[in-house]
Every structure is written in structure tokens, then in C-alpha cells.
Design a protein around this ligand. Sequence first.
Ligand code: OSB
Ligand code: MG
Length: 368
Amino acid sequence: MKIKHIELREIRLPLVHFFETSFGRTTTRRIVLVRVDAEGLTGWGEVACGEDPFYNYETPETAWHILRDFLVPWTLGKEWAAASDVAPRFRLIRGHNMAKAALESALWDIESQQKGVPLARLLGGTLEALPCGVSIGIQNSVEELLEKIAGELAAGYQRIKVKIKPGWDVQVLDRIRAQFPRIALMADANSAYTLRDLPHLKQFDRFYLMMVEQPLGWDDILDHARLQRELATPICLDESIHSAEDARKAIEIGACKIINIKLGRVGGFTSARQVHEVCRSNKVPVWCGGMLESGVGRAHNIALSALPGFTLPGDVSASRRYWKEDIIDPEVTVSAQGTIRVPQTPGLGYTPSLTRIEAATVRKESFE
Ligand code: OSB
Ligand code: MG
């Protein structure tokens, strides 16, 4: 495919409900979208980073810079045999995986339309209905959290993930287990603890969680290996895994028993497929994480989640949990059984709404 035109846009989307993690609260998302035109087709991608460099170092500004000054000039006007050919070229840039993934995934979108196959199938996906969980942020009170959990269970979601931090962990999990003794439950700390908290973290074992996600340093695997030896609860790594090599090393030293794959964090579909492969060959289950994506990123996450190693419920849930109105048609819906149907039509299977995207746009830049 020959790339004719690339457009960067920043959109603002207010969340239906604030989302709070151990590193802070988000109320409105700033999302950079990438639109690519090639061969008379249009592909879309989304930069998954947060507004602040707290989950990782990327921000909408750093992504815009890396896209405008490097990734766009490297791809524009060039002929690419396949979307998978850009990843080796992008590897020259250290990090900035979320910027890379946004452009790369737009090319996968185009390739799947060109070939007339669903994106999920082009990637090697086989699942037709995806098991869904939800990620519930820190609330103003435990009562509000318990109410939210009840609501999500009533909607059919198959597992509940709650965000934790020091001061909002053991007591909260105790209350959850008192009310919901048997639900599939997990906790995500987003790097809020250190090995000094070992005696405290050991208490988590009494909640028989499916896993505890990224309890220690955002860039650590060694201390996680030490912690995993002391914990019965499986550790799932999120922040520390950026590539198949990271996954291999983490598995090799016993730093985790489960891996959360995020398309943006690992730099796109080519890398995500490699991480998936390493995990599968080591019998490490994976699931698809989320970054409060708009419909564009959500559609990509759905395609990725169709790969056969995604055996655990992911964080990819219905559009309405995040947005009054999503920017794709149809919006993402979840069945009463807590599943998302993988689209069987060519391309993304969801159409970005130009009117809604335009209405939410605060800046754009075009490259011919
Ligand atoms: O660690 O998985 C995370 C949101 C923002 C940053 C990091 C994380 C999350 C989530 C939300 O857990 C997942 C979602 O609902 O999109
Ligand atoms: Mg996480």
C-alpha cells in the first residue's frame, strides 16, 4: 500500500464517570487519533497514552512530536507491502510505543479492508465471542465501589478488577469478599508498592484473587520475581512488558504467571502478536488491557483479543461505560453473558463517525 495522506487530530472526550488509579484521577480524555489514506481506503489508529506521564512516559504531546517528526515522514509517500513491515523500521526509535502503535494499527486497518477480511482474522484471531471484564477505579467511598460492582455483575461482566493503592486495599477487598464471596476478582496496583510492603502484600492471598496486577515498580521484573515466590496469588505484569523479549525474560525469572497485553504499550499489532506467541509457547495466559480508549482503540483491542491465547476476560468493555456517545458506529456493546462479538466484516467492523470526531477535535495537522 502506498500512503497518500496522514492526519493527526487531538480530540477531547469527557468520561461518563471519573477514573481513578493509584497515580491519579482522569475526568476528560485527550486522545490523539491518526487517520491514514492509502489506495482509496482510510485507516484509523489511536494513541493510548494518558494525559500525564504517570502510567508511562508518553503524553499526547510526546506522541504528536514522535509522529509528526519521525513516524509520519518515515511512512508517508512510501510503498509498504504489508502493515507488518513498518514495525522493524519503527524499532530504530527507542520506546514511544503508543505513538508507534497508533500509526501501525491504522495500516493494519487498511490492509484488512484491502484484503476484504476482518482485522481479527488477518491477525490470526479465531475467537468469535470475547469474555469481558471491567476495570473499576478507586471511588469516593467503599459503598460506592460495592454499588458499582453490583451494577457491573448485573450487566453480565465475567470478572471484576478493582484499582488498589496503600490505604485502599485490604480493607476494601475484605468488604468486597464479604458481599461477593465467589466472583472472579482481581486487583491492579499500578506500581503502588515496593518489596518493603511484602508482609502487607502477603495478606492479599486470603482473597483468592485471580491475580494481582503490577504491584511493584513500573520498570521492574526482578522484585516481582521475588514477590511471586512469596505469594500464592498469581502476579500479572502490565507496565513492565513492552516487547516479546520483556515477556520472555519475565517468564524465565518467574516474575509473573499472567501477562496483560496492551496494543499501545507493546508498540502495535506486530509486537502484540509476538508477545502473545511467547506467552502461548510458555503456557502463560494473556488478556487484553485497556487505556480508556475511544471506539477506535476499542475496535483494535477487540480484534487483538480474538487471538487464541487471550483466554482470560479482558478490560475491553462496552462504550457506554466510558462515553455518552462513542465516536464509532455501532458502539461497542456487551451481551448479557458478558461477551463482545468479534465483527465478521472486512476491516475494523466499526465505522468512525467523522461528524462526532470533528465535533470533538481541538487541533489537527495534515501531511501530504
Ligand atoms: O493499568 O490497566 C491499567 C486505565 C488507565 C491506565 C492504566 C490502566 C487502566 C485501566 C482501565 O485499568 C482499563 C479500561 O477500562 O480501559
Ligand atoms: Mg494495569
